[in-house]
Design a protein around this ligand. Structure first.
Ligand code: ATP
Ligand code: LTN
Length: 332
């Protein structure tokens, strides 16, 4: 069976963009690949986190994945920090990666600008800079072939590919070269309050995203107040990112093609369109929300599932690291 793997940071609640871009594609991969699903807590601390909040967020991430349909009987669901081999391999890969490569990562450049008290990269943590290399370690440690992610992670998966190819060339065949799996539509859901920005968990305004735990009324309010572009027509257009984004969400939530939705709203206004979109999203997310809340109520069970996942992942990671140490020349 092919192996697939993805990870999401336990920062805040997941939003509809995370679900469409990464979680739903991962859930779909459970039937014909061995999926590893990670809560990447050591990625989360590249930006300051309150320890109490982080602990809560790790458990709620587990509940969220389960609520979205991750099945622990099929999938290895685990917390990154429990497997020390991720950090060990990340160190070795840091010695394989080049400064120039790491400096080209666009997410680092964007996040460094936002880092607390920072004047650009000066105030960002070193971890934020090396984070894509830790992500490469996450992927390569498990012989991953397929990495379902949103569009913003494509560059990081490409770095993992480059590092795997270079390591194999220099030390002998060791790693599988992974492929990103990015959906054609919905791989970059935009913020509801700004059609030019990616929907993001760490956005300052809760109006910009729909969290998977938002109730029906909150979803309706957020969609009704979503920005639209100038003009009145309901159709996709490169110069009208906000309405294009809403049409994408409508299409993914209902399984209808964008063209058929555009056709259905010819001559109608944004008001009608948004009302129907809100109902479609409520229907799409409603059952998931209920399941997340149910799983979240049983902390003991969440911890049990994570411990079981960690045990399985540990065996695989330890096996691979033995080989890596031999290749590098530190095993006597
Ligand atoms: P933050 O904004 O705080 O960095 P995030 O919302 O980008 O967080 P991550 O944990 O970094 O969330 O991403 C988890 C997964 O969700 C990744 O595969 C990422 O590509 C995907 N993803 C994130 N935002 C979107 C989006 N707006 N549309 C589609 N996929 C997304
Ligand atoms: N960097 C990713 C999260 C992540 C990941 C991974 C995704 C960490 N390790 C391995 C896929 C595979 C992000 O979304 N911020």
């Amino acid at each position: 069976m092919k192996r697939s793997l993805t990870g999401l940071q336990p920062t805040n609640f997941l939003h509809i963009g995370n679900y469409i871009g990464a979680v739903q594609p991962a859930v779909a991969l459970q039937s014909d690949t061995q999926l590893l699903m990670m809560i990447v807590d050591y990625h989360a601390i590249t930006m300051p986190q309150d320890p109490k909040e982080l602990r809560k967020n790790i458990l709620s991430a587990a509940a969220t994945y389960l609520g979205c349909g991750i099945d622990p009987a099929k999938t290895i669901l685990f917390q990154q920090s429990r497997i020390a081999e991720h950090m060990e391999l990340a160190w070795i890969l840091q010695c394989v990666a080049k400064m120039g490569e790491a400096e080209r990562m666009t997410q680092y450049k964007d996040k460094a600008k936002k880092a607390e008290g920072a004047k650009g990269a000066e105030g960002a943590s070193v971890g934020l800079f090396t984070y894509p290399i830790l992500m490469a370690a996450d992927i390569l440690l498990y012989d991953t072939e397929i990495v379902p992610v949103g569009e913003d992670q494509k560059q990081h998966v490409e770095l993992a590919r480059d590092l795997a190819i270079r390591f194999n060339r220099d030390f002998g065949e060791t790693f599988v070269v992974p492929e990103p799996k990015i959906r054609a539509e919905g791989a970059r859901i935009m913020a509801l309050d700004d059609g030019t920005k990616k929907m993001s968990k760490s956005a300052p305004s809760a109006k910009s995203y729909i969290a998977l735990t938002d109730d029906a009324d909150t979803i309706r309010k957020k969609i009704m107040s979503a920005v639209t572009d100038s003009g009145t027509e309901i159709r996709t257009d490169r110069n009208r990112p906000a309405i294009t984004n809403l049409l994408t969400i409508f299409s993914v939530a209902t399984g209808r093609s964008i063209e058929s939705i555009e056709l259905a709203y010819v001559g109608k206004g944004y008001g009608d369109f948004k009302k129907d979109l809100a109902e479609a999203v409520v229907e799409y997310l409603g059952p998931i929300r209920g399941r997340i809340l149910n799983f979240a109520a049983d902390e003991t069970e969440l911890k049990r599932i994570l411990a079981e996942g960690a045990e399985k992942a540990k065996g695989m990671a330890a096996f691979k690291m033995n080989k890596v140490r031999q290749r590098v020349g530190v095993t006597l």
